[in-house]
Design a protein around this ligand. Structure first.
Ligand code: ATP
Length: 311
């Protein structure tokens, strides 16, 4: 079973409006409410791939109930640690081809709640083989929190795949026990290396992934949107190219990529299979309107068009 962790899920509200004017009354023409958070996108894509998956994390209040009900509607298995504070709302105002986002911070997790969540997590690890950790941490959680989750999971033999940014990514990369995989995008890899921008040539990407910082992390997959990806697996390097596709909504493609990668790692796929599936689910998400959705009937067709070349 793949266990997906979303520490700060949200109710994502997309407000479609004809126009939007500051300091005026603005009327919404259509509202779409979904269970959001990067880890829940990963969960949905794994479910669509037909993989056994369970979602965990922390939810609370009416919005927490909504998140659980949405997952139940899609017959997704979950076991959250529940708190009495409200889970957050994330609002996207969609108008005139623009997307303005208003993001709540979410609840502050108290020390005793952290400890109780860890107990739930340890129980869930007993039946998990692979764990995905996605997104930012709630307020109140230390930036070392993912490192704690990695340590606990790897101690019982689970592979841990981490997709986060900022301090929690830095902490995890520098911690004694490393994740099996990180999936930084171009901005995140630059941040990790302390450079303004990474150059996208094979020579410089390979040089960057050869930095000692990454030597004990078996998998580093740098996803690059329409340009595919460049990856390191142990001491091997791969350039991954993808076909041109009709993009509808690329938001959440990184999460879909992590789902494809997790599915293949969980099945002990070869590096080529892992990368091909990750790129396929990323592309298929970009071809859908909804975030964290793929059309499973198209997997085979796009999988065959991904090229993985060892460098
Ligand atoms: P997000 O934060 O929106 O989840 P990300 O920045 O983590 O995304 P990307 O590198 O943008 O991740 O996308 C992940 C993968 O999805 C890409 O490697 C590619 O396979 C696919 N993808 C994303 N955007 C496009 C695009 N415009 N055209 C084709 N494929 C895309």
């Amino acid at each position: 079973m793949i266990l997906t962790v979303t520490m700060n899920p949200s109710v994502d509200m997309a407000y479609q409006m004809d126009t939007f004017q500051l300091d005026e009354v603005n009327r919404v023409t259509q509202v779409v409410k979904t269970a959001g958070g990067k880890g829940l996108n990963v969960t949905r894509v794994l479910q669509q791939l037909g993989v056994e998956v369970k979602a965990t994390g922390i939810v609370g209040g009416h919005f927490g109930e909504f998140i659980k009900a949405e997952l139940a509607k899609q017959t997704i298995d979950y076991q959250f640690y529940e708190i009495n504070q409200e889970s957050r709302n994330s609002i996207a105002l969609l108008h005139d081809g623009l997307q303005t986002e208003i993001l709540e911070a979410g609840p502050t997790i108290l020390k005793n709640q952290q400890m109780e969540f860890l107990e739930v997590y340890k129980q869930l690890l007993k039946t998990a083989t692979t764990v995905t950790l996605s997104g930012s941490l709630s307020k109140g959680l230390p930036s070392t929190f993912y490192s704690q989750l990695i340590l606990l999971a790897q101690a019982v033999g689970c592979a841990v795949l981490l997709d986060t940014s900022g301090n929690s990514l830095k902490e995890a990369v520098h911690a004694k026990v490393k994740p099996m995989l990180i999936k930084p995008n171009e901005t995140e890899i630059a941040e990790l290396l302390g450079v303004a921008k990474v150059e996208k040539s094979v020579v410089s990407l390979k040089k960057q992934l050869q930095e000692p910082l990454f030597s004990e992390i078996p998998w580093v997959v740098v996803s690059m949107g329409a340009s595919g990806a460049f990856a390191k697996f142990q001491d091997r390097f791969f350039e991954v190219t993808i076909p041109k596709i009709d993009v509808v909504n690329p938001v959440g493609s990184g999460d879909a990529t992590l789902a494809g990668i997790a599915a293949m790692i969980d099945q002990a796929g070869t590096p080529e299979e892992v990368l091909k599936m990750g790129m396929t689910t990323g592309m298929l998400n970009a071809m859908e309107t909804s975030t964290g959705q793929i059309n499973p009937n198209l997997v085979q067709r796009y999988y065959e068009q991904v090229q993985v070349i060892e460098k």
